[in-house]
Design a protein around this ligand. Structure first.
Ligand code: TXA
Ligand code: MG
Length: 339
């Protein structure tokens, strides 16, 4: 059978894989957020990622694999504790730090001796990596500092000034990034909270530390930068999650007196407190934290797109399970700003 040349790439996966093998970039979906991928074994290709996202080159990339067995090709050893996590959480939104093998270029790990590895739980992501035949280095598919992309259109808006190949897998399932854990430390340290909760990790590992600004001696390069932020100023309001809605209500009045337009990012249960706000975006119900997480970055982007408020007041969430992850992202978005 002769296949006409114009039909050569009727399968987007085949085309995406070919772009990767030629040293190019591909945006692809995962269960957390969209990734901007390149061949993780090709230093030159990896450097294109930093340029496309305007990412500082000292911020290392996560390497994505399609099968558990592929880990052996890129890491020096798999400690027992890591194996436990792999058995329990892979494929899934957990990134584990390992000692790297030579085959992973320094450009990917920003000169570190370690490499962050993840096996996504997403059929299209895994089919793409398999088809490419190489591990895929990929940060989130957004401009550096912006909220991660949870829809293909977000990646196109941030990165699409130059033509870029996008595999569209619809909306991301989790909407927040993978959890990153360093098991080379004792006790293990969560370098970034994410879709696998601290509580879930504690069940498997016992004691687990969480990196925060107070113990920032332990380095996770990416945590040095302001992150995940809307362009519109955002402030977290309230002394506790119970007090938050009432304090937001009072803050709206205060800002209106200064002729400022105020948006609120809150939960459905507290909507009645926000009647005076100029725009309210609801993340969902407090009883459904996964939905709140999924809507978080899209809401940041929506506030920017509408562009009609001077300030976003965000409600406080209880600091456990996914609530702790939402709070982590809100705090980073609110950094350098208080009201
Ligand atoms: O869910 C996710 O993790 C998404 C999807 C696409 O997989 N990826 C993602 O990548 O969020 P990125 O680059 O936006 O965030 C990766 C974080 C950065 O903060 C980086 O500093 C940290 O991982 N990281 C990467 N390699 C590391 C290493 N060897 N040691 C410590 N931190 C590392
Ligand atoms: Mg990112």
């Amino acid at each position: 059978m002769i296949i006409a040349k114009s039909e050569e790439f009727t399968n987007p996966l085949v085309e995406a894989a070919q772009i990767i093998r030629k040293g190019g970039l591909v945006v692809f979906p995962t269960e957390t957020v969209y990734g901007l991928g390149a061949n993780a074994l090709d230093a030159k290709a990896a450097l294109k990622i930093f340029k496309a996202k305007k990412r500082p080159v000292n911020n290392p990339l996560i390497v994505h694999i399609a099968e558990k067995k592929d880990i052996k090709k890129i890491v020096a050893s798999v400690p027992a504790m890591a194996q436990k996590l792999i058995d329990k959480f892979w494929p899934g939104p957990l990134t584990i730090i390992f000692k790297k093998k030579e085959i992973i270029p320094n450009e990917v790990t920003a000169g570190l001796e370690t490499v962050a590895v993840r096996l996504p739980n997403h059929a299209l992501a895994r089919a793409f990596i398999r088809e490419a035949g190489v591990p895929i280095a990929a940060p989130s598919a957004n401009l550096s500092g912006r909220p991660s992309s949870t829809e293909a259109s977000h990646a196109k808006k941030d990165l699409g000034k130059k033509p870029i190949f996008i595999l569209d897998g619809g909306r991301s399932k989790f909407g927040v990034e993978s959890t990153i854990i360093n098991i080379l430390e004792n006790p293990p340290v969560i370098l970034r909270q994410g879709a696998v909760t601290r509580e879930a990790l504690q069940k498997v590992l016992g004691q687990v530390a969480v990196l925060n600004s107070k113990n920032s001696k332990i380095i996770s390069p990416g945590t040095r930068y302001r992150h995940y932020a809307p362009r519109t100023k955002l402030a977290l309001i309230g002394s506790s999650w119970q007090a938050s809605p009432k304090e937001i209500e009072l803050t709206i009045i205060k800002y209106h007196l200064k002729n400022k337009k105020v948006g609120v990012l809150g939960t459905r249960e507290n909507y009645h407190f926000y009647k005076k706000a100029d725009r309210v975006l609801l993340l969902g119900s407090q009883k459904n934290l996964p939905t709140c997480a999924v809507n978080l970055y899209k809401s940041f982007r929506d506030f920017d797109r509408f562009g009609d408020v001077d300030l976003i007041l965000a409600e406080i969430f209880p600091e456990k399970e996914l609530g702790a992850v939402i709070m982590d992202r809100l705090r980073r978005a609110a950094e350098n700003y208080s009201c």
